[in-house]
Design a protein around this ligand. Structure first.
Ligand code: NDP
Length: 341
């Protein structure tokens, strides 16, 4: 069995989901309530591969909300993630993906040092961040959609916002090694980490967001921002392609211009329907088929019986591992989302 640990994108989202799944009494509760809510298994489903193999999974709602970080409720945030992991392990799940901010909280607050949760000793081999598959999917989206839109990568400037992150650095490695992208713009806040990435790649221009965005033909958004940013549409290149891989979204939904195309990043479509309700709750356009690439990674590990934390730690994703997970992604019937909102 595989598992998925997820969370709502905001307090408002949590309240509307509670209403939708029959917990009306929680729909009016505030942030303090969510800080004390325990993890819940809210969905159980099967997934069938193109090979015919069928696996079973469970979705664990951690009740973490990004507002917990914004309001410095760090203890609550870390407790949510650890409790959800302990919950998944107690269910005897082989491999569980830490979706969205779960892995970011785990890494940023060094939760690998806290292994014991009540009577459960966490076995980190049973968890994966899902970031290798996510990075692979975003890179394939860059390659395929740029071609679809007539943007020649060999002449293109690609800005990666969140370049020094786990996903961002993997995207940079792939673009550097596997494509002929003309220019890479590296965007994040910490200068030391940016310089280390630039040295590793042997290329790339370090830039602030305001300077980078107007120069880019393609912008990959993978910054860990608890709230979406507003960008000045008039300053962007026309045409340009924005691939938003953030959860919650890095971009506010107000980007509306015929020559600025916005693609949901890090999303895959499965070839066969999945009988679940959770993707409806996060407003996927085709909820039976579309899902986050990190969740799909735990399915792939279960299909292949690779019971190991395939994606773990920070900034260790290699192009070889992206190719490895990419090959089984295709084999089992997943493909990157290529259609626009
Ligand atoms: P990391 O924490 O590893 O990296 C985040 C990056 O964003 C860092 O480079 C950080 O650098 C940068 N960053 C953070 N805030 C800002 C800011 N205000 N301006 C510019 N840069 C910023 O995160 P991950 O790589 O694990 O995840 C990235 C995003 O992808 C998240 O939104 C996550 O939820 C989402 N995600 C999506 C998945 C999917 O399946 N679609 C799966 C997993 C994650 P610095 O702090 O120096 O600025």
């Amino acid at each position: 069995m595989f598992g998925l640990i997820g969370h709502p994108t905001s307090l408002e989202h949590a309240q509307s989901v509670a209403q939708d799944i029959g917990y009306e009494e929680f729909a009016v509760e505030d942030l303090d309530f969510w800080c004390s809510a325990p993890p819940q298994t809210v969905d159980e489903f099967t997934v069938t591969s193109l090979t015919g193999q069928t696996i079973t999974g469970k979705y664990v709602e951690s009740c973490f909300l990004p507002e917990m970080l914004a309001t410095r409720r760090i203890k609550a945030a870390t407790r949510k993630i650890l409790n959800a992991m302990a919950h998944a392990q107690k269910l005897d799940i082989n491999i569980t993906a830490l979706g969205g901010f779960s892995s970011i909280v785990f890494e940023n607050f060094n939760l690998n040092q806290i292994q014991k949760i009540r009577n459960i000793k966490l076995d980190f081999q049973r968890f994966t961040t899902g970031n290798t598959h996510t990075a692979y999917v975003i890179c394939r989206q860059v390659e395929q959609v740029s071609q679809q839109l007539g943007i020649d990568l060999a002449k293109a400037t690609v800005a990666v916002c969140g370049a020094t992150g786990d996903i961002g650095s993997a995207v940079c490695r792939w673009l550097n090694q596997k494509t002929d992208a003309r220019e890479l713009l590296l965007v994040a806040r910490d200068r030391t980490r940016l310089e280390a990435l630039q040295t590793e790649l042997g290329r790339g221009k370090i830039m602030g967001m305001d300077e980078a965005l107007p120069q880019a033909d393609i912008i990959v958004w993978v910054a860990s921002m608890p709230k979406a940013v507003e960008i000045k549409l008039e300053t962007l290149k026309k045409p340009s392609l924005l691939i938003d891989g953030g959860y919650p979204k890095n971009l506010s939904s107000k980007v509306k211009h015929p020559d600025v195309r916005v693609l949901k990043g890090g999303i895959v479509e499965h070839s066969l329907d999945i009988s679940w309700k959770i993707m409806q709750l996060v407003n996927m356009d085709v909820p039976a088929r579309q899902l986050f690439a990190c969740f799909a990674e735990s399915m792939l590990l279960e299909f292949e019986k690779w019971y190991t934390n395939f994606s773990w730690g920070r900034n260790q994703i290699t192009v070889e591992k992206m190719e490895q997970i990419g090959a089984v992604s295709v084999k089992h019937g997943f493909r990157p989302l290529l259609s626009f909102e």
